[in-house]
Design a protein. Structure first.
Length: 336
C-alpha cells in the first residue's frame, strides 16, 4: 500500500477540478484497506470514479480510491444468475459484461459513468430502471472498526437517488463487492421512456432485444449529455423535485407547458431541468463554468473553473427556482 501525497485530484473527478488531499491511496484488495485502518490513518474519504462529487476545496483527508476488481458468478439456475462484482469495476463495463453473457436487468443503465461500488450509494437510475431492481446484496467494511457486513436489498433503504449510505450510515462503510441477480429468461424490457421507443421505431425494430435497448439508451445519452472527457460535469446536479398536487394545480394553471410525471395520488415529479430552463439559466456561463446549453440539469466546468464557483452557481439556481415556482431543488451530487 502506497500513500501518494503529491497527487492532484483533477484526473480523479469528472468535473476536472484541481485539489490536493492528505494523500491518495489505491485500494486494490481488501487487505490494502485493513492496512490503512491498522495504521490509524484518518480522516478517510472514499472515491470511485469521481463522477458524482463536487470538490469545493482542498481535502483534509486521505482519499481511498476503490480499485477492487473481479466479476464472479456465485449461483446459477435455468432462469437467473447471481453475480458478485468487485466495487472498483466500472459500472458500464459490468453492464457490457452482462449483455455479452445474454443477461437482462441492467440494459437501461448502460453508459452511466463511475464504479460499481457507488451504484448502490445513490441507487443509480435511468430510463425508468433503478439498480435496486437487480440488486441482491453488498459487502462492506466499517471504516472505524474494520468489521465486515453484508447489506441485503431491504436494508439499503433504496429510494429515488437515495440509500442508507447517503443518509444514516453516510461515510461509514467502504463497499467492496456488490451482488446482482440477472435474468437469463422470463424478463420484461422497460421501454416506457418515450425516447427509447422513438429510437427503436426509427430503427425499424419491432421486437427489441436486451442489446437493442442498451444501444438505444446509449444513442440517446450520446446525443444529449456532455462527455466529461471533453467538458467537466457530474451528470444531473439536482434531483427532480416531487411536489404536492395542490402546488402542481397552481403551477400548471400558470405554466401549461410544464412537464410532469405522477408519483401517486398526492404527489407528482417535475423535471428540475425544465425549472432551471424556464428560469432563464439554460446555457448560462460565468467565466469557465456554467449551465450546459443542451441540458440545464448539468452544471459544467469548461476548464480551469473552480468548485466553489460551481457551488455558488448551484445556490443561485436553487434560489431562482424557489422564487419563481416555490419549489426547492436539492443537489444529487455529493459536496466534498
Ligand atoms: P464517486 O463520484 O467517486 O462517489 C460518489 C459518492 O459515493 C461519494 O460520496 C463517495 O464517497 C461514495 N462512494 C464511492 N464509492 C464508494 C464505495 N466503494 N463505498 C462507499 N462509498 C463510496 N447517475 C445516475 O443515477 N443515473 C444516470 O443516468 C447518470 N448519468 C450520468 C452521466 C454523466 C455524464 C455523469 C458525469 C454522471 C452521471 N451520473 C448518473 C452520476 C454518477 O455517474 C453516478 O452517481 C455514479 O454511480 C457515481 O459513481 P462514482 O464511482 O464516480 O462515484
Ligand atoms: P429526459 O428524458 O429529458 O426527461 C427529463 C426528466 O423527466 C427525467 O429526469 C426523468 O426523471 C423524467 N421523465 C422522463 N420521462 C419519464 C417517464 N416516462 N416517467 C417518469 N419520469 C420521466 O431526461 P434526461 O436528462 O435525458 O435523462 C434520461 C434518463 O437518464 C433519466 O432517467 C435521468 O434520470 C437519467 N440521467 C441521470 C443523470 C444523473 O446524473 N443522475 C444524468 C443523465 C441522465 P428521472 O430522472 O426521475 O428518470
Amino acid at each position: 500500500m502506497q500513500i501518494i501525497q503529491t497527487e492532484n485530484l483533477k484526473p480523479y473527478n469528472t468535473f476536472g477540478l484541481e485539489a490536493t488531499s492528505k494523500g491518495l491511496i489505491h485500494i486494490l484488495r481488501e487487505n490494502d484497506l485493513f492496512e490503512v485502518l491498522l495504521q490509524g490513518l484518518s480522516p478517510l474519504k472514499i472515491l470511485g470514479g469521481g463522477s458524482n462529487i463536487l470538490i469545493t476545496k482542498n481535502i483534509d483527508a486521505y482519499i481511498l480510491r476503490n480499485e477492487i476488481k473481479g466479476i464472479e458468478v456465485i449461483e446459477e439456475d435455468e432462469n437467473e444468475l447471481l453475480v458478485q462484482c468487485g466495487a472498483g469495476e466500472q459500472w458500464h463495463q459490468f453492464v457490457m459484461w452482462s449483455l455479452s453473457n445474454g443477461l437482462a436487468g441492467l440494459e437501461n443503465l448502460s453508459l452511466i459513468p463511475g464504479s460499481v461500488g457507488a451504484a448502490p450509494m445513490q441507487n443509480i437510475g435511468a430510463y425508468g430502471v433503478e439498480q435496486k431492481s437487480a440488486f441482491h446484496s453488498l459487502k462492506a467494511i466499517h471504516l472505524e472498526t474494520g468489521v465486515r457486513r453484508i447489506f441485503y436489498n431491504e436494508e439499503c433503504r433504496f429510494g429515488y437517488r437515495e440509500s442508507i449510505f447517503k443518509n444514516e450510515v453516510k461515510d461509514q462503510y467502504f463497499i467492496t463487492h456488490v451482488n446482482y441477480i440477472l435474468k437469463k429468461k422470463n424478463f420484461t424490457l422497460q421501454l416506457s421512456y418515450g425516447a427509447i421507443t422513438d429510437i427503436l421505431s426509427q430503427k425499424g425494430i419491432l421486437h427489441p432485444t436486451v442489446n437493442d435497448v442498451s444501444e438505444a439508451v446509449m444513442d440517446i445519452r450520446r446525443s444529449k449529455l456532455p462527455d466529461p472527457k471533453l467538458i467537466g460535469n457530474a451528470g444531473s446536479f439536482f434531483k427532480n423535485p416531487v411536489i404536492t398536487m395542490s402546488l402542481y394545480n397552481v403551477l400548471i394553471a400558470k405554466y401549461p407547458d410544464m412537464p410532469s410525471y405522477p408519483i401517486d395520488a398526492e404527489s407528482i415529479k417535475i423535471p428540475a431541468g425544465w425549472l432551471i430552463e424556464k428560469s432563464g439559466m439554460k446555457g448560462y456561463t460565468n467565466g469557465q463554468i456554467g449551465v450546459h446549453k443542451l441540458q440545464a440539469l448539468v452544471l459544467v466546468n469548461y476548464g480551469g473553473g473552480n468548485g466553489s464557483d460551481i457551488y455558488q452557481l448551484a445556490l443561485d439556481l436553487q434560489q431562482k427556482v424557489k422564487e419563481m415556482f416555490d419549489i426547492s431543488i436539492t443537489p444529487e451530487v455529493n459536496l466534498w
